[in-house]
Write a protein that binds this ligand. Structure first.
Ligand code: SAH
Ligand code: SF4
Ligand code: F3S
Length: 482
């Protein structure tokens, strides 16, 4: 286990943040409760954190596991545990449905084990309707909290242990960022790093600004300190996380204020960090300065994920994306010119209210012209409370499905056309693990995010090696260490 900053295995040493100190006293208290449970069970209690959604949620889950391990739980993968925590996502309806499906299963476990506890947190819990549904239909749930008070997890756990009733604590908003709490990273060699929280863009289809609140940036000092600590702890690759990284800096004081390209450059300077990724830039704000900064810094991964959402200027306007088909394509041209070896990927929504076949033709045209290496395609999901949910011209499921299939075909075509470009070349690869199908192989990730499988063993995990890309198999390569 490792900790943010100088926190050594759950000790308060070196902590200056007042709220963190408060939380550490709850950590001590909660440790007592877990010890009692351990005595009762005659073994160490287990906890399982199940994560839905994006990289932000994955990072939040590492914070939850950090607290759970500090107070004495053994962290396990299986939901057949003494404590299960669902960190939820609500970006599309199917994310909600998956959580509710899991809860049905956990209910049967609760019946068998009266000491078992279940908690729900994350984006879906920021929606009133979702919480009401759980209160009504899933009475066995012990604790519900949201995205803004996750830093109070230890305190909430104490309340949960002290009560037989369902504890619900959801905040509408926060302007706080609490640093200096335990964290348990999933990977030793790579880590996400929050640079900002929330979103101010209010794309008309999107629930994120409502469930994650207004944009708040961490100070450059805190970010760099975390990256330095991660590097000391053996991390070689970091991913800077935010919903709109190129607007980084909002809310910072004048003395702290730096731009995203400046921050990127500073992160690249941290010794021991060999690769830097970021997610997600917004096409309306992506500057030439950022592209130049990437070009100048070989440590920055050659992978740009630039969500398109739609290729129709009319639909983009109704989505409140604040760019046009033409300006997006111009940006792509600039990226292709200045970063010729970068992979370009995107997100696209099909079936947004009012979208016609002609609009989808425009989207397909952009896919062809941009030649994406990959695209994540989603069917529009109506989110209660967003402006688009109230638009009158909702698209029928059949039309959306038909256009989705049409789009997917072209996405696959362009992805195929891009793949294989690197065959025969040698690339620097970060080894992530043993190959799932063949234990004589390891799997690594290239700068452009493509996977490569090659002969190797466990000792290579977390190392950068040079790999010759012998053969392309569509979305991945096979190769050999040079
Ligand atoms: N901040 C990022 C992405 C956040 S959500 C951005 O601005 O692009 C990740 C992806 O989910 C989005 O890019 C979008 O394609 C998709 N998405 C968001 N809301 C959706 C909805 N209501 N229906 C379908 N897809 C949605
Ligand atoms: Fe959602 Fe738009 Fe914000 Fe991305 S930029 S999180 S799509 S509102
Ligand atoms: Fe989902 Fe929340 Fe991320 S809604 S996509 S987990 S910010």
């Amino acid at each position: 286990m490792s900790f943010d900053l100088n926190i050594l295995h759950g000790s308060k040493e070196g902590i200056t943040d007042e709220e963190s100190l408060v939380q550490f006293s709850y950590i001590e208290k909660a440790t007592g409760y877990v010890k009692n449970l351990e005595k009762e069970l005659g073994r160490r209690p287990t906890a399982c954190v199940v994560t839905f959604g994006c990289q932000m949620n994955a990072k939040d889950s590492e914070k939850l596991v950090g607290i759970l391990e500090t107070i004495g739980y053994e962290s396990v993968e299986s939901e057949d545990a003494d404590f299960v925590i669902y960190n939820t996502c609500t970006v599309r309806d199917n994310a909600d449905q998956r959580v509710l499906g899991r809860l049905g299963y956990v209910k049967s476990l609760h019946k068998k084990r009266p000491w078992m506890k279940t908690a729900l947190c994350g984006c879906m819990m920021q929606e009133k309707g979702a919480v009401e549904k759980i209160q009504k239909s899933y009475r066995f749930v012990n604790l519900i909290f949201g995205t803004h008070n996750l830093y109070k997890f230890a305190e909430l756990l104490c309340r949960m242990f002290e009560s037989d009733r369902m504890i619900i604590d959801i905040w509408d908003k926060t302007d706080r960022i609490v640093e200096q709490l335990p964290i348990s990273r999933k990977y030793k060699f790579k880590s996400g790093v929050n640079i900002m929280f929330g979103c101010n863009n209010f794309c008309t289809y999107c629930i994120v600004p409502y469930v994650r609140g207004r944009e708040r940036s961490r100070t450059p000092k805190d970010i760099i300190r975390e990256v330095e600590e991660l590097s000391k702890d053996g991390v070689k690759e970091v991913m800077l996380l935010g919903q709109n990284v190129d607007s980084y800096g909002i809310g910072l004081s004048d003395e702290d204020k730096i731009t995203f390209p400046e921050l990127l450059e500073e992160v690249c300077k941290v010794e021991g960090i060999e690769r830097v990724r970021f997610m997600t830039p917004h096409p309306k704000d992506m500057s030439e300065d950022l592209i130049d900064t990437i070009a100048r810094n070989p440590k920055v991964a050659r992978h740009i994920h630039l969500p398109l959402q739609s290729g129709s200027t009319e639909i983009l306007k109704r989505m409140n994306r604040r760019y046009t088909k033409e300006s997006y394509l111009k940006l792509v041209e600039l990226i292709r010119e200045k970063l010729p070896d970068a992979a370009l990927t995107t997100d696209i929504i099909i079936g947004f209210p009012g979208e016609t076949d002609k609009d989808v033709d425009e989207t397909i045209d952009v896919v062809r012209k941009a030649g994406f290496d990959n695209a994540f395609t989603f069917i529009y999901s109506k989110r209660t409370g967003t402006p688009a949910a109230g638009f009158e011209d909702q698209v029928s499921e059949a039309d959306a499905k038909r256009n989705f299939d049409r789009l997917l075909k072209v996405v696959q075509e362009t992805a195929r056309a891009q793949s294989g470009k690197l065959e025969g070349k040698t690339e620097r690869v970060l080894v992530e693990g043993i190959n799932e199908q063949d234990s004589n192989l390891v799997t690594g990730r290239m700068s452009n995010n493509t996977l490569v499988h090659f002969p190797g063993d466990e000792s290579l995990i977390g190392e950068f090696v040079d790999v010759k890309l012998d053969k392309c198999h569509g979305f991945y390569y096979t190769g050999s260490i040079v």
